[in-house]
Ligand binder design. Structure first.
Ligand code: UDP
Ligand code: MG
Length: 316
């Protein structure tokens, strides 16, 4: 197998056919042995039915159906787990990532790279809020991590079998695949493309999912928030100490003091706020620690037509 294409699917009934035909149109002339791997991440629409129909007619279509929605990053992980290709493409199902870029990604990989990621030159059809938060997030992340995670880059990319093998050795439960791939190293490069609008259907990335992904990226690749909590603790203590000196001075030396509840309220609220923020930051890390200690399987597959390590298919 030369090439696997991993496609996470969450409520994509409007896009699956168009995606399949565009992928076929691009891959057939490439003269490579390929497979399309659809991971159905607990879709509530007819996505699974459509995928099964494709699989029934086309032996190059593999799929796995999750027992529920586990999330985009886990779906991609499962796709990498079952993939058999020497090169693996990760692509969104909504045609925002153009399949037509795959031959160029593949050609670049053959030049001796292990990762070729696709960098968004422009982005269409996204809300101003999403564009701004994404832009800020990638820059914040780049500034607080030691590894260089490319900015304005999603998971659309091609990776070699070596990289897939390395990813499979990384046991973290909270996946941030683009960060993990940067961490792995090897020779990496990129191609630029213009990101299209979603072809049909609606985004499966709610704000809460985006925030979780952002926190997974930050906590997985940086201790800067913990250090910031410590630093703000020191700063606040320093200020508190000065105020304490002044209070003693006012009470015993100048005698110029008021029974002031204002200063009391302010210092209590401020200290309380800083403490809660610090505890919250620590909590984010502890939540991820405990997720890793539990060592649950990352996903449960209820049906698949991929043989091997995974549970055999139910009667389809
Ligand atoms: N997706 C998924 N599980 C989810 C949410 C999304 O597998 O819980 C898939 C989705 O079907 C698509 C890809 O992840 O193939 C990217 O999602 P989406 O296009 O909704 O995100 P956006 O482009 O809006 O950031
Ligand atoms: Mg999308």
């Amino acid at each position: 197998m030369d090439l696997s294409v991993v496609i996470p699917i969450y409520n994509e009934e409007a896009n699956i056919h168009a995606l399949y035909h565009r992928l076929r149109g691009v891959l057939a002339p490439m003269q490579v042995a390929y497979e399309l791997i659809f991971i159905n991440d607990g879709s509530r629409d007819r996505s699974l039915e459509l995928i099964r129909e494709l699989a029934a007619h086309d032996p190059q279509v593999r799929y796995a159906d999750f027992s529920r929605n586990f999330g985009h990053q886990i779906a991609v992980t499962a796709g990498l787990d079952v993939s058999g290709g020497e090169a693996v493409v990760i692509i969104d199902a909504d045609l925002q990532d153009p399949p037509e870029l795959i031959p160029a990604l593949y050609a670049k990989l053959q030049e001796g790279y292990e990762v070729v990621y696709a960098k968004r030159r422009t982005r269409q059809g996204e809300s101003a809020a999403k564009l701004l938060t994404a832009k800020l997030f990638y820059r914040l992340l780049a500034s607080i991590t030691h590894i260089s995670i490319p900015v304005d880059t999603g998971d659309f990319r091609i990776v070699s079998r070596k990289v897939v093998a390395a990813l499979r050795q990384m046991p973290e439960q909270n996946k941030f695949i683009r960060g993990q791939i940067s961490w792995i190293g090897y020779r990496q490069t990129y191609l630029e493309y213009d990101r299209a609008e979603r072809a049909g259907g609606a985004t499966g990335y709610t704000y809460s999912k985006m925030i979780r992904l952002a926190l997974d990226g930050i906590t997985g690749f940086s201790d800067a928030p913990l250090k910031a909590a410590t630093l703000s603790g020191f700063l606040v203590s320093g200020v508190a100490f000065l105020v304490m000196l002044y209070t003693l001075y006012a009470r015993f030396i100048s005698g110029d003091y008021q029974p002031g509840w204002a200063s009391l309220m302010i210092s209590i609220l401020f200290l309380g706020g800083v403490q809660l923020i610090a505890v919250g930051i620590i909590g984010e890390y502890i939540a991820r620690l405990s997720a890793n200690v539990r060592q649950r399987p990352l996903y449960i597959i209820s049906d698949t037509n991929v043989g091997g390590v995974h549970p055999p298919p139910h009667a389809a």
